[in-house]
Design a protein around this ligand. Structure first.
Ligand SMILES: *Cc1c(COP(=O)(O)O)cnc(C)c1O
Length: 366
């Protein structure tokens, strides 16, 4: 329950490809001499992701299936570094560790912004950090669904801070790390436009993991970026008969088949149904925990619940992810009512045994 993996997939249709080395070598739009590839399926996936993330049809975008959400973040930040002069990276302290790691790998300064008590980037602190970096190119890495608290950074709010500070479009690069909720928020109803991972906003790239909400049996991801950033770094490699636009040369074709299968199987309706059902179950779980007096944080539109860490047996049994005295659970499609009921039963037993003890997660916001 602590990891955001959608385990409600069936690997049956995929097993017939096990005997093949399927390698989407090079740029997915160009393909290569290597025949056993599925770049056509990868293109379907990219076109689908571009629809999910509302790419305006009159603007030019690029995309690829990547090895994981981490590769998407790393490559996006590389595209940003190459687009800007003397770039620094800004992210919140709730950003995934792959973001500051990307800055370290690329030798760029990483400036960490405060987050507020629910885990979103603090716009007032962002204003200060932007002012302190005046004159530099800025890569801003925002998160749609933070790892620990499932928070959504205010994309439009951040863009306003940048505008007010006079950081024009050509001096900034905005990436949205949507590893989990980049594939949740677009399928929910009544979401505030400011947190929607949509290229109608002035976003330069968005990434998501494939093994999280999409639900593949291997780690993978999707990255979509504005085409001009990719053209800037592309070089052509004649022996591949392809362009060098990806971090990995050889790329896992099985992952593209797996994502493609999920997209075809579920369709937009299916993703709407699944994500909305997860949100309803997450909200019910939060209510039931609160009814027993447990302080629970659930951000709006989020499948992630944060609550006091139970004993180690329960942590292990339900594979809760913990941070200090707090634990979190993520209600994915495989976290069904039966599992939730069993968890509530075990958690309640443990919670009432320790409830008399002081200092249980007083900092949690309801
Ligand atoms: C999981 C996660 C990542 C990393 O994705 P991987 O696919 O595990 O590499 C990045 N950012 C956020 C917010 C995540 O939750």
């Amino acid at each position: 329950m602590g990891y955001p993996y959608n385990l409600a997939f069936s690997p049956k249709n995929l097993s017939k490809f096990n005997g093949y080395l399927i390698n989407n070598l090079g740029d997915p739009y160009v393909g290569s001499h290597y025949a056993t590839e599925v770049c056509d399926l990868e293109m379907d996936i990219i076109n689908w992701a571009q629809k999910v993330w509302q790419c305006p049809p009159d603007e030019d975008f690029w995309g690829s299936v990547v090895a994981s959400g981490t590769e998407g973040n790393l490559w996006a930040i590389y595209l940003g570094r190459e687009a800007l002069h003397d770039a620094a990276l800004i992210c919140s302290r709730d950003a995934h560790y792959s973001i500051p790691k990307a800055a370290r790998i690329m030798g760029i300064e990483c400036v960490t912004c405060d987050s507020n008590e629910t885990g979103e980037i603090c716009l007032m602190d962002l204003q200060k950090k932007v002012a302190s970096l005046a004159g530099r190119g800025l890569i801003i890495a925002l998160t749609c669904g933070t790892t620990m608290r499932g928070a959504h950074d205010d994309i439009l709010g951040c863009l306003e801070v940048l505008e007010q500070a006079g950081v024009s479009r050509n001096r900034r690069y905005l990436h949205v790390d949507g590893a989990l909720n980049g594939m949740v928020i677009p399928f929910l109803e009544n979401v505030e436009s400011g947190i929607i991972p949509s290229f109608k906003h002035e976003i330069d790239s968005i990434s998501a993991s494939g093994h999280k909400m999409i639900g593949t049996p291997m780690p993978c991801g999707i990255l979509v970026a504005r085409r001009n950033h990719v053209n800037r770094i592309a070089s052509s490699i004649s022996y591949l008969r392809s362009n060098d636009t990806t971090l990995m040369g050889s790329r896992n074709g099985h992952a593209s088949i797996a994502i493609w299968e999920r997209i075809v199987e579920l369709g937009e309706d299916g993703f709407q149904r699944e994500t909305q059902a997860c949100l309803a179950r997450a909200t019910r779980l939060a209510q039931r925990l609160r009814q027993m007096g447990v302080p629970v944080l659930q951000n709006k539109h989020s499948l992630t619940l944060v609550f006091p860490k139970p004993n180690d047996d329960i942590v292990k049994m339900y594979q809760l992810a913990c941070d200090g005295e707090l634990a979190h659970a993520i209600v994915m499609p495989n976290v069904n009512d039966e599992l939730i009921n069993r968890f509530i039963h075990d958690y309640e037993f443990d919670f009432s045994a320790r409830r008399s003890r002081p200092g249980i997660a007083a900092e949690l916001v309801e």
